[in-house]
Design a protein around this ligand. Structure first.
Ligand code: SF4
Ligand code: SF4
Length: 77
């Protein structure tokens, strides 16, 4: 089963909680400001993510979503 990890840049307040709780040290805080004036988290090392959901559970702003990806080759629209 494949999963996709998404951080909503516009919901993220850059608190850094997800960065510190990630057991695989996947996340970092961006140096690019979002529209609310915060520096959002992003996956610096996405290949290391084990989709443990710890960051989703910890995020106070529910900015992180992990979704299941259907393993089917589909043409991009
Ligand atoms: S799902 Fe787990 S491994 Fe992946 S970024 Fe979040 S805390 Fe880190
Ligand atoms: S815990 Fe949520 S709000 Fe805080 S930096 Fe991570 S994604 Fe952003």
């Amino acid at each position: 089963m494949a999963y996709k990890h998404t951080i909503d840049n516009e919901l993220c307040k850059g608190c850094g909680l997800c960065v510190s709780v990630c057991p695989k040290n996947v996340l970092e805080i961006s140096d690019q400001v979002n529209s609310m004036g915060y520096f959002p988290a992003y996956q610096e090392r996405p290949e290391d993510c084990i989709f443990c959901t710890t960051c989703c559970i910890m995020c106070p702003d529910v900015a992180i979503i992990i979704t299941k990806v259907v393993e089917e080759k589909a043409d991009q629209e």
